[in-house]
Design a protein around this ligand. Structure first.
Ligand SMILES: [Zn+2]
Length: 396
């Protein structure tokens, strides 16, 4: 109970600071002596500082408290396919330093952990000993067991059963939390992005694969075996291409970055002409990437735009299925493919509007993540913040 009260007080100071002790007691329904004790503890530990003097309501002017956000720091890591993006931030998720390391296509477990350790070591050095790191959050591609901090299966890296938490805690001696990357992204949106003002939303990551983080009643919904949100493996075309999961016509076989690149490659192989894409490919169609296609679309290439339109429509179908199931207020799009902007979002929104029941989309908005390509890393920082602060509902 003591530690719950402590995080409630800390959360109240974070949300409503600068705030007086009396006001904290009023908002939390804790007794003034309890608040004074907890605040004393939090000040000793440098989580909270006294700031300016507040307005008096008759008697002595109260001293106001605020979060000492810059005293400690937090590391957030986004493990994707090919890259580890990591950041170190203050307690308000302001980025102090950023680091990027590449991963070979199918790293073995040792190589993978070396790169992860190397990223963290670089950030620790950048932030120095004066701003102690209180935790490390990892947003990991694939299926994760967050209770054990284990990467159970990372299909696009071909890694299985990596005890990330155990290994990093041994190496760095601070608490480590591991979540699936899109779950982390959804947490980041909940605290710092487009999810701040809604109760129910879906965060969809469209990159090398496709996955969704589901937030219901401002809580992450993980499912019974941490596998909720596998929207990438919902069927949108019964006769579609074979997916890595063994099924046919899964959404991610049609709209992921590699799927978009492949669609362009196939069209050109079949005789479709595109000067821009062919010259970018420099003789080998396999070198065309989703990014090439986006650049070509920007320059007005008709084939590139057509491929995005089709992907946008299929994504709209996949999302409509999810919208009909969950009736969210918001869908937040993230990941590399969402960076293609209107080329993909316009056909997507048209499709949702045309196919969804009016009652299902009455309160719906669809937007692109404001946290951009840092969304998952910020989300990983948020995993640590979530442990420090109380759920907002308890601190209102
Ligand atoms: Zn599949």
């Amino acid at each position: 109970m003591k530690s719950l009260n402590r995080s409630i007080v800390l959360t109240t100071i974070r949300s409503h600071g600068p705030i007086s002790r009396a006001e904290i007691a009023k908002r939390t329904a804790l007794t003034p002596p309890t608040v004074t004790n907890i605040v004393g503890e939090l000040m000793n530990e440098n989580f909270v500082v006294e700031s300016e003097i507040g307005a008096s309501s008759g008697g002595r002017k109260p001293i106001l408290l605020r979060l000492n956000a810059s005293f400690y720091s937090i590391i957030g890591i986004d493990v994707g396919v090919g890259t580890i993006k990591s950041i170190v931030t203050d307690l308000d998720a302001n980025v102090i330093h950023e680091c990027r390391r590449s991963l070979p296509p199918y790293p073995d477990a040792d190589t993978f952990m070396e790169q992860l350790n190397g990223s963290i070591a670089e950030l620790l050095e950048a932030v120095g000993p004066d701003r102690p790191v209180i935790g490390i959050g990892v947003g990991m591609h694939g299926l994760v067991n967050p209770e054990e901090g284990v990467s159970v299966f990372a299909p696009n890296l071909r890694l299985r059963n990596i005890p990330i938490r155990e290994s990093l805690e041994r190496e760095f001696g601070v608490p480590v939390y591991v979540e699936n990357d899109v779950v982390a992204m959804a947490l980041g949106e909940l605290w710092f992005g487009g999810g701040q003002d809604v109760d129910h939303f879906i965060c969809v990551n469209i990159g090398e694969g496709v996955g969704a983080g589901i937030v219901l009643n401002r809580q992450i919904f993980r499912g019974s075996s941490f596998a909720a949100g596998e929207i990438g493996h919902t069927t949108v075309d019964l006769n579609g291409p074979r997916c890595s999961c063994g099924n046919y016509g899964c959404l991610q076989t049609l709209v992921s970055g590699p799927a978009i690149a492949e669609a362009v490659q196939n069209e050109i192989a079949l005789g479709r002409r595109s000067e821009r894409l062919e010259s970018a490919a420099a003789g080998s169609l396999r070198t065309i990437t989703g990014e090439f296609v986006y650049k070509a679309a920007l320059e007005g290439d008709e084939l590139a735009r057509e491929v995005f339109r089709k992907a946008g429509r299929l994504l709209g179908i996949g999302l409509t299925n999810m919208i009909h199931t969950l009736n969210p207020q918001k869908v937040i799009l993230g990941g590399g493919v969402s960076a293609a902007g209107p080329f993909i979002t316009e056909p997507l929104e048209e499709t949702v509007k045309a196919r969804a029941l009016e009652s299902s989309i009455r309160h719906l908005t669809i937007e692109t993540s404001r946290l951009g390509n840092r969304a998952t890393a910020i989300g990983a920082v948020t995993i640590v913040l979530e442990r420090l602060f109380a759920p907002a509902q308890l601190a209102e």
